[in-house]
Each structure stands twice: as C-alpha cells, then as structure tokens.
Design a binder for this molecule. Structure first.
Ligand SMILES: Nc1nc2c(ncn2[C@@H]2O[C@H](COP(=O)(O)OP(=O)(O)OP(=O)(O)O)[C@@H](O)[C@H]2O)c(=O)[nH]1
Ligand SMILES: [Mg+2]
Length: 196
C-alpha cells in the first residue's frame, strides 16, 4: 500500500459526535507514550500530522485521519498514565470503550507495546477485551531502535508470553530507525478493502 494522501479530519470526544462519511477504520491503541501518534506520522510520511510529545498524555481525543481518500486511521488517547488528574484519566477509559463498542467500521485495531517493557496490566486487560469482543488486531512492538537485535528477540518472547500470543504475530517498528512500515501496511491491507 502506498500512501499518496493523508489529512486530519476531526477530533471527537465520543461516538455521538461521529458524523463522518462511513469508511473503513484502522485504530491505534496502547499505553501513553508508547508511540501511537508517532507511528501514524511515520506511516503517513508526515511528521506534523499527529501531535506527539515526550510527555505522556498528549493525545486526549479520538483523532480521525483520512488516508488515500479511502480509509480512516484513528489515533486514540493512551491509557495507564498515572500522573494525569484522576478525573481526566477516568474519562479516557470510557472514551476508548465507547469507540470500540460503537464502531461498526473498525477493520483492525493496532495494539502498540514498547519493545523494552513487559506488557502492563492495562495492556493485558486490553488484550482480553480484544479477545472477548473478537476484535481483529495486530500487535505492534514500538521503539525497536532502543534495543540491540538479540535483546529485541528476548523482549518479543516476553511480550508474546504476557499477551498469550505467538512471537511471530508481533510486528516490529521503529519510527527513528524507519523500520517496519512496509510490513505493517501489508498486514493492515489484509484487513481492509482499499479501493484505489
Ligand atoms: N526512539 C524512538 N522514540 C520514539 C519512537 N516512537 C515514538 N517515540 C517517542 O516516544 C514519545 C511518545 O510518542 P507519542 O507518539 O507522542 O506517544 P503516544 O502513544 O501517542 O502518547 P499519548 O498521546 O500520550 O498517548 C515521543 O518522544 C516520541 O518521539 C521510536 O520508534 N523510537
Ligand atoms: Mg498520542
């Protein structure tokens, strides 16, 4: 898949505010700071498209981006950021659930995990949720540039163990190292019916 066009469409707080033309959706989820917005920029070759930050808790709404005039890439707020005001943190969980429950167009959910860290309880809960609701998913290990190749393999085994998946299911990416884009798009393509 070649991305010829990518643009920001809209930010919404909940699916009641959804009033867009219905198209396939690919959404990105994971803990705060894992690299969701950065991955979207990398995938679209536009480093100004989604706002990123070294401080967790940057993305606070459901952000819709339109790719190739044919499907939406959706940036979701991260979970598990303890320093966020409790009230705000609690408002995020329903936002994610609302998105996942009310969405008829979601073709695949990309669950991002930092390759350096064991999946958190929130990641495991998300994985259980994905299984329970039978949501199509791709597990993406981010920030591969932060580890040597042998350490990567060790971490992938650990991530697979904690999420009860096979290591071969994990896509490895690095935004700084420009790694994994083609493979990830090939995988995404298997889930969406892109009409070019
Ligand atoms: N070295 C390295 N840093 C990365 C990579 N991807 C993201 N980062 C950095 O990780 C930090 C967080 O990135 P974001 O894309 O804002 O993370 P996010 O998951 O969208 O975070 P929230 O919006 O807070 O949920 C930023 O400082 C990025 O530059 C990567 O592949 N390699
Ligand atoms: Mg973000």
């Amino acid at each position: 898949m070649e991305i010829k066009h990518a643009s920001f469409v809209k930010s919404i707080k909940n699916m009641r505010q959804y009033d867009l033309p219905q198209l396939d959706e690919v959404a990105v989820i994971g803990r705060s700071n894992v690299g969701k917005s950065s991955l979207i920029n990398y995938l679209t070759n536009n480093y100004k498209l989604a706002k990123t930050s070294s401080t967790p808790g940057k993305t606070r709404l459901i952000n819709y981006f339109l790719l190739n005039e044919s499907f939406y890439l959706v940036d979701l707020p991260g979970y598990g950021y303890a320093k966020t005001a409790k009230s705000e943190q609690e408002s995020w969980q329903p936002m994610i659930e609302d998105y996942l429950n009310e969405n008829q167009n979601l073709k695949v959910l990309l669950l991002l995990v930092d390759i350096r860290r064991a999946p958190s309880q929130d990641d495991k809960t998300m994985m259980q949720y994905i299984r329970y609701y039978d949501i199509p998913y791709i597990i993406v290990a981010t920030k591969a540039d932060k580890l040597s190749a042998p350490k990567r393999q060790k971490q992938l085994l650990d991530i697979a163990f904690h999420l009860l998946i096979d290591k071969s299911e994990i896509m490895v990416t690095s935004v700084s190292g420009k790694m994994g884009k083609v493979e990830l798009f090939d995988k995404i393509q298997e889930f969406i019916s892109e009409s070019e």
